[in-house]
Design a protein around this ligand. Structure first.
Ligand code: NAD
Length: 303
């Protein structure tokens, strides 16, 4: 995609972090915006700021776990702007703890937002974009799914998150192949950031009441949460940097969009272990203090 001005960008999770910066960058390029988030207050703040800067914004409270909400989002975007060119399936939440200690509600919530949110986005918006591409030879469309380096690496104590992000990578690769199969100008990318300072470590703020965790956090959940907060806060690239890199990747037509190239070494080590059937590689080999802190913290929780 090369031309952004006057085109329409749909962004889920637009109220905070990466989504908010995708919106800022899209507005800077003169795009019309459809902003979606489950957090009405954050959405309103983002909308007010973007409108004050002159952007044309449609904002909708939307829980991406719910098919009907994503369908309503697409309907509203078509009614208001009569087309969608750039879609960011970006909303996501994180949680931490030993893999057998997550409740069914934990899995339901994380997979609901991180995986089903992307499934709904792809299922609902891709046909609209394909239709636009068929009708207009000059149409440019691009879908960016936010995965994570956790879609390519398997660190400890992030089970549901890692499972969801691996699935988003697989879904995105399938989307890429299927788009090529039908022959269209619509393109796809998967964004795989490493740690970026955003509000992701405070995702519990958006957990729906019916999926609330009633029991107090286990030692592994406390240690994992502390590690997540530390790791996210330590990120050297800002969310705005990631947004700029993502738009650069879109312009180049990159499928895999990486923000922290140094993390790819751990991916190569993981793939090497898979191919050579050696034990899974340690994703935190470069930061052994992470694993040491976790091990020390969870000893008390291992029965
Ligand atoms: N920050 C990082 O270190 C990092 C690294 C890799 C990948 N990611 C991914 O980036 C994406 C954006 O996260 P972020 O870091 O900007 O976090 P963030 O918490 O700052 O923003 C996430 C946004 O998603 C929204 N959201 C949560 N549940 C939702 C739902 N059910 N429906 C709609 N919106 C919902 C939140 O309200 C929030 O505005 C996520 O998919 C995350 O997994 C983040």
């Amino acid at each position: 995609m090369q031309n952004f001005a006057g085109r329409v960008a749909v962004i889920t999770g637009a109220g905070s972090g990466l989504g908010r910066e995708f919106a800022n960058e899209a507005a800077r390029l003169g795009m019309k915006l459809v902003l979606a988030d489950v957090d009405a207050h954050a959405l309103e703040q983002a909308t007010d700021a973007l409108q004050a800067g002159g952007a044309d914004v449609l904002a909708m409270v939307c829980d991406v776990r719910k098919a009907a909400h994503v369908e309503e989002l697409a309907d509203a975007a078509m009614i208001r702007f009569n087309g969608v060119h750039l879609l960011f399936n970006n909303a996501g939440v994180g949680t931490a703890g030993l893999v057998w200690e997550y409740t069914e509600a934990d899995w339901d919530w994380v997979l609901g937002v991180n995986l089903w949110g992307v499934i709904h986005g792809v299922r609902v918006f891709t046909p609209l974009m394909l239709d636009a591409a068929r009708r207009d030879p000059g149409y440019e469309g691009h879908i960016v799914n936010t995965a994570s380096m956790a879609g390519l690496l398997v660190p400890p104590v992030m089970g549901p998150y890692t499972v969801s992000k691996h699935a988003v990578v697989a879904l995105s690769e399938t989307l890429y192949h299927d788009l090529r199969l039908v022959g269209t100008t619509v393109q796809a990318s998967v964004l795989c950031p490493y740690f970026v300072p955003t509000e992701i470590a405070h995702s519990e703020r958006h957990r729906p009441g019916e999926l609330r965790r009633d029991a107090p956090p286990t030692p592994s959940q406390q240690a994992g949460q502390a590690l997540l907060e530390r790791a996210v806060a330590s990120g050297k690239l800002s969310a705005a940097d990631v947004a700029r890199l993502t738009f650069d990747g879109i312009r180049r037509g990159d499928f895999y969009i990486y923000t922290h190239l140094e993390a790819l070494q751990a991916v190569a080590q993981r793939m090497d272990a898979i191919v050579h059937s050696t034990p899974p590689a340690d994703s935190y080999a470069a930061t052994p203090q992470f694993t040491d802190a976790l091990r020390a913290a969870v000893q008390g929780s291992v029965k």
